[in-house]
Write a protein that binds this ligand. Structure first.
Ligand code: URA
Length: 247
């Protein structure tokens, strides 16, 4: 993802607004967007009875309610620039959950994740391990497009992560494939680079779901020499299901 333009000057009013907003998300201090995702304060729900009543917890939401809540979300300012939210696509009972970073321009326009060039490569990667796109579920950490293709900011990730965590809980995947740094760090609460996180099986959440990290297809388009490692990662993920008769 590209770099954002320099941030506008911080006035007292904007600092107060930001502090109020971050407090509502359960984040007690602003962190630079360059801070590792692991430095996020709780990726949790705002506490019950919190001043910002609009941020109702989603921890008990069913699939339809969750979808509606995402569609109407105003938890962060990315809602102001979106054409639509991108909830995710595929089989809600899929064995495989693929998690990317955030919608880009094309995804924002079509309301579906991974539909650009990176999406085509992702589809090929999945096909290489015998998976059709419709048989997995594909989601992103962020449900709204960051402007100018910039990286998601920690506060945006903290605001949006409860939706992804609820998707994980409802889908109950047998394997999570985290593609790229943002997804890997957010799901694992780590600040390690992809190169250190890939190549082994992690466990995610209370269900201890196996999670494999691989390179983002957009990175692979720029660095095709790394495709071999991505192939190894996919085979590692696939091996988690071997013997279960599961695809
Ligand atoms: N499109 C998505 O939906 N997610 C990404 O991470 C990249 C492109």
């Amino acid at each position: 993802m590209g770099r954002s333009p320099p941030a506008p000057p911080v006035t007292a009013a904007s600092a107060a607004r930001r502090a109020h907003y971050l407090a509502a998300l359960g984040i007690d201090a602003y962190r630079s967007r360059h801070a590792p995702v692991a430095e996020l304060q709780p990726a949790a729900e705002p506490p019950a009875g919190d001043a910002v009543a609009a941020f109702e917890p989603v921890s008990g939401a069913d699939w339809g309610t969750l979808r509606e809540r995402v569609a109407g979300c105003t938890r962060c300012r990315l809602c102001e620039g979106r054409t639509q939210t991108v909830f995710g696509v595929g089989d809600p009972r899929a064995r495989w959950l693929v998690v990317g970073e955030a919608p880009g321009a094309e995804e924002d326009r079509r309301g579906e994740p991974f539909v650009g060039r990176a999406g085509q490569l992702l589809d090929s990667m999945l096909r290489a391990v015998g998976l059709a796109r419709e048989t997995v579920f594909i989601a992103n950490v962020l449900k709204c497009r960051p402007p100018d293709n910039r990286d998601p900011r920690p506060d945006e990730i903290a605001a949006c992560l409860p939706y992804l965590e609820r998707q994980v809980a409802l889908i109950e995947p047998r394997i999570i494939l985290a593609v790229g740094r943002i997804a890997a760090q957010a799901l694992l609460g780590s600040d390690a680079p992809v190169g250190r996180l890939r190549g082994r099986v992690h466990r995610h959440g209370a269900a201890q779901t196996p999670l494999v990290v691989t390179y983002h297809p957009a990175y692979l388009l720029r660095s095709p020499g790394e495709k071999r490692k991505a192939w190894d990662d996919l085979r590692l993920a696939r091996s988690q299901l071997d013997g279960c008769g599961a695809h």
